[in-house]
Every structure is written in C-alpha cells, then in structure tokens.
Design a binder for this molecule. Structure first.
Ligand code: HEC
Ligand code: HEC
Ligand code: HEC
Length: 212
C-alpha cells in the first residue's frame, strides 16, 4: 500500500510539474470575456507562481469529467423530450450533462434579436474547511451559460476568490450556493450529488490546503 501511495504522490507531483510549466494556452470558450475579467483579477491565493489560467485549466479537467457523468434512463417521464435527456442519480434531468453533451442549446432570450453573452471559462477553487471532505470547484462556465454576472455579483458573492465566508451549514440553510442549488439547480442529496461540487480530493489541488 505504501508503495502504491508513493507512486500516486509521484504521479501527482509530475502532474503538478507539467501543469506548472505548461505554456499559456488560452481558453477558447469566452476568451474575450476572459480578457476583460483578467484585466483586474485579484492576487490568486496559490502555493507558488502558477499562472491563473493554468490553475483554472487544471480544475477544468476535474469539472469536465464530472459534468459528463450521467445516465440515460427512459420511461421515467411522459414528456418525450425530457425522457431522452441524461439523468442524475435521482432521475432528475442533468442539465449540465445535456448542454455539455450537445443535446440542448437553449436561446439566450425569447427575443430573437437579443445577443447572448459567451460563457466565461473560469474555475474557482474553494477549500472544504474540514479534513477528508473533497474540495470544491466552482465552474463559472456552466453558470454563465445560464446566468448573468449580476445574478451572483456582488449580492451573493463578492467577486474575489476566498473573499466569501461560505460554509456548508449555511448552504444547507439556503445561503450562498444554496440560493439556487436545492431549489432551481440540482439538489444536495443523494450523496452522488455532493461530489458534483466536491470534486478535487484533498492533496490534489494546486492550492495550499489548510485541512488534510
Ligand atoms: C452562479 C454565481 C456566479 C455567477 C453567475 C458569476 N460568478 Fe463570478 N464568482 C462566483 C463565485 C462563487 C466566486 C468565488 C468566490 C469565493 O471564492 O469566495 C466568483 C469569483 C469571481 C471572480 C474572482 C476571481 C478570482 O480569482 O479572485 C471574478 C473576477 C468573477 N467571479 C467574475 C465574474 C463575471 C465577469 C461573471 C459573469 C460573466 C461572473 N463572475 C458570474 C459566482 C458567480
Ligand atoms: C444563481 C444560481 C446559482 C448559484 C448561486 C450557484 N449555482 Fe451552481 N448551478 C446553477 C445552475 C442553474 C446550474 C446548472 C445545472 C442545474 O440546473 O442543475 C448549476 C450547476 C453547477 C455545477 C455543474 C456540475 C453539474 O454536475 O451540474 C456545479 C459544480 C455547481 N453548480 C456548483 C456551485 C457552487 C459550488 C456554488 C456556490 C459557490 C454554486 N454552484 C452556486 C445555479 C447556481
Ligand atoms: C452546490 C455545491 C455543493 C454541494 C452540492 C455540496 N456542497 Fe459541501 N460545500 C460546498 C462549498 C462551496 C463548500 C466550502 C465551504 C467551506 O468549507 O469553506 C462546502 C463545504 C463542505 C464541507 C466543509 C465544512 C463546512 O461546513 O463548510 C462539508 C463537510 C461538506 N461541504 C459536505 C457536503 C455534503 C455531505 C454534501 C452532499 C449532501 C455537500 N457538501 C454538497 C458546496 C457544495
């Protein structure tokens, strides 16, 4: 077991090395919006001198893996269109997977003349402040696909990584992420839904972690 653990550490280390030195690649989705946002990005709280875009891309990999996780289950609803969409473990439609898999492409507005803003591809690391619980990645890309910046900023979240005293207790009570999740966005339970937000295992982030 020790050897396996060591090997995993080595692998993670190599991964960090690669992530740390890989050249700036740009991000495709929402690049122009990103430029605007990056102009006044606050200091990124990170372990060393990683480029913020590399850090975001690193978490993007975790997010993409999770957002494809869904199962197809037909015969659960009488609405044919919904019946064909991917489901979460609860049998509810997984809207993220539906978009990521290209099955739906909702319009920006009922008014066909309104131009929709591009989603912004920025992943924010949020440490789960307790031992063992996997850390959270907040993906801007899926949120800004559906929502505008001012749905969240500055009323729900100050737009600065680490600036909001978020806690799970308050989320469960309907604050922070709980303003939408468990209401109009996917619910907290069952456990398989916890890991749609808690996706980076302790020790696998590019950030300094205070809880192991
Ligand atoms: C669904 C809610 C939501 C929406 C919509 C949203 N954000 Fe955010 N944003 C967050 C959260 C959560 C954080 C992280 C806050 C924290 O770590 O305490 C954040 C952080 C940020 C940061 C800080 C980044 C850093 O590294 O410090 C910026 C800049 C930002 N958002 C810009 C935007 C812009 C521009 C848009 C619209 C294109 C947008 N946000 C839409 C929730 C949202
Ligand atoms: C303003 C509403 C709103 C807020 C606030 C919000 N979300 Fe979301 N979130 C959504 C919507 C809508 C979706 C699309 C998927 C759905 O409908 O379930 C989504 C999807 C996601 C996904 C995509 C993964 C998947 O499997 O679907 C993650 C991860 C996520 N949210 C995390 C968070 C976290 C973490 C916070 C708090 C820091 C947060 N969200 C706050 C509305 C919100
Ligand atoms: C919508 C996204 C989201 C979902 C779903 C979610 N969490 Fe969290 N969770 C967070 C965020 C953001 C934090 C970061 C708060 C902190 O610890 O600073 C967090 C923190 C935590 C913490 C750390 C301690 C604390 O109170 O902040 C625990 C434990 C936790 N979550 C458990 C769970 C469990 C169990 C589930 C499933 C029932 C779950 N979470 C589902 C977003 C989510």
């Amino acid at each position: 077991l020790r050897i396996i653990l060591h090997r995993r550490r080595l692998l993670v280390f190599l991964l960090l090395l690669v992530a740390g030195f890989s050249p700036l690649t740009g991000c495709g989705l929402g690049e122009s919006l990103d430029d605007a946002v990056n102009a006044d990005l606050p200091k990124y709280r990170r372990k060393s001198n990683y480029n913020p875009q590399d850090v975001s891309d690193f978490y993007g990999k975790f997010y993409r893996k999770v957002s494809r996780r869904a199962h197809f289950e037909e015969g659960t609803t009488e609405i044919t269109a919904i019946d064909k969409l991917p489901k979460d473990p609860f049998g509810n439609v997984n809207w993220t997977a539906s978009v990521v898999q290209g099955l739906i492409r909702p319009r920006g507005s009922l008014d066909p003349t309104v131009e929709d803003d591009l989603p912004m591809d920025l992943n924010i690391f949020i440490e789960a402040k307790t031992p063992l619980m996997a850390n959270v990645v907040f993906p801007h890309v899926i949120h800004t696909y559906w929502l505008s910046c001012n749905n969240c900023h500055p009323k729900i979240f100050i737009p600065e990584a680490g600036a909001n005293p978020i806690s799970m207790k308050e989320i469960f009570k309907g604050k922070w992420c709980g303003r939408c999740h468990n209401k109009v966005a996917f619910p907290f339970w069952p456990r398989a839904n916890c890991v749609r937000c808690h996706i980076v295992l302790k020790g696998q982030s590019l950030h300094e972690e205070h809880f192991k």
